[in-house]
Design a protein around this ligand. Structure first.
Ligand SMILES: [Cu+2]
Length: 302
């Protein structure tokens, strides 16, 4: 049940490569994954040569916050939980998404593993926009109002990278890319399967002493009621597992590597499916309609 909001410490980026705006050309082979720590203070403005349309937006005024969560509290369109992406994903952030009379980045906050290429796509809403990291790590340069404009950056080092659209930063148009090593249980099959499940933190709920275990189905996760809780369960063979529907949104339970499934989706509350696991192994399952949203789970049977 370790679902407490992660305490995020703002990590100052050690990257001084921000101005290589076409960072798509940075190659994986060139950087050590540990990201050698440098004692140098990242130059706040020296590397920023890109002109900006807003003369009041100076490099000094873009200062990384001490507390990212606090800074994001008024980010338009942010629900408080980052959208998570796994290795090999290519996240796209829309620039200028209309949200309640305001403009947002969508998703505003994403979580990605190192070496992820993140793309920003201009929607054309809200006039002039750009994408600028507060610590100067990346900068799309001059503002642009054109739909279809795109910018991308490859994040090599772990850390937290808050960014804004300079013309709208005082109106809450801000976001962050959080780069971190993906959580791991030590079981590669489980880690890969759950890489985009919001509640997967690399923990295994050990219920090997239980006769029956309940998995909550349709819990508030993955930007809606699209989660299984706990996401990873370890049980002994002979244990009965039951799935308890929250009653919000239609769900089912379908195993990927075994002929076990609950059948049709249901949206009423209650225990609608159960299975007793006799054979040891690593089992993966998902809710079929919401698998793409990260509604997935795993069961390790000993
Ligand atoms: Cu579902």
């Amino acid at each position: 049940m370790e679902r407490s909001p992660k305490r995020r410490r703002f990590l100052k980026s050690t990257a001084v490569i921000g101005i290589a705006a076409s960072a798509g050309c940075l190659s994986a082979g060139q950087s050590s994954s540990d990201g050698p720590a440098t004692d140098d203070e990242t130059p706040a403005s020296g590397d920023r040569t890109s002109p900006t349309a807003d003369p009041t937006a100076t490099a000094e005024s873009l200062t990384p916050p001490d507390d990212l969560d606090e800074w994001l509290a008024d980010a338009n369109g942010y629900t408080g939980r980052p959208a998570r992406f796994g290795a090999g994903d290519r996240p796209t952030i829309r620039v200028g998404e209309p949200v309640d009379d305001a403009l947002a980045f969508a998703p505003a906050v994403i979580e990605v593993p190192p070496m992820t290429k993140v793309r920003w796509d201009w929607t054309g809403h809200g006039g002039q926009q750009n994408v600028v990291a507060l610590d100067g790590t990346f900068d799309s340069g001059r503002t642009n109002a054109q739909a279809g404009t795109e910018y991308h950056y490859v994040f090599e080092d772990t850390g937290e990278y808050p960014f804004v659209s300079e013309p709208h930063r005082d109106e809450g148009m801000k976001g962050a890319v959080i780069v971190r090593e993906p959580p791991s249980t030590g079981n590669e099959t489980v880690d890969m399967w759950l890489r985009d499940a919001d509640n997967f933190e690399g923990e295994i709920a050990d219920r090997t002493d239980a006769g029956t275990v309940t998995i909550e189905t349709g819990t508030e996760l993955n930007n809606g009621y699209f989660g299984f809780e706990p996401p990873v369960l370890k049980i002994s063979s002979g244990t009965r597992v039951e799935w308890n529907w929250s009653g919000v949104a239609p769900h089912n339970v379908v195993f990927q590597n075994a002929d076990i499934h609950s059948g049709k989706v249901r949206d009423d509350a209650g225990v609608h499916f159960q299975h007793t696991f006799e054979e040891s192994g690593t089992y993966r399952y998902a809710c079929q309609p919401h698998r793409g949203l990260g509604e997935k789970g795993a069961i390790i049977v000993e």
